[in-house]
Design a protein. Sequence first.
Length: 93
Amino acid sequence: MADEPLKGLTGAILATEGFGQVELTEPRKALDEARARTEVVSPKADRVRGWKFTDWGDEIRVDSQARRYPCLQSRNDPVVQCRRWAASCRLTP
């Protein structure tokens, strides 16, 4: 269907404490409108808090911990590794 181009697909949104709030919420909104399923993946469990301009923003629920995905495992900075390997991860267990 033309109005549901991403229906049935899952996208990972990689985030950690202090993520840019609008940088998560706006793409997620667009994916939701395109009928894609989204999962917030983070090194942290439960929730991560965003950064909104000059102060802390909202807390977002974490759907999956990064440790579930071997492609996100690294001794280095997990954010850098997430950017590098995000395309190789599959969210379907």
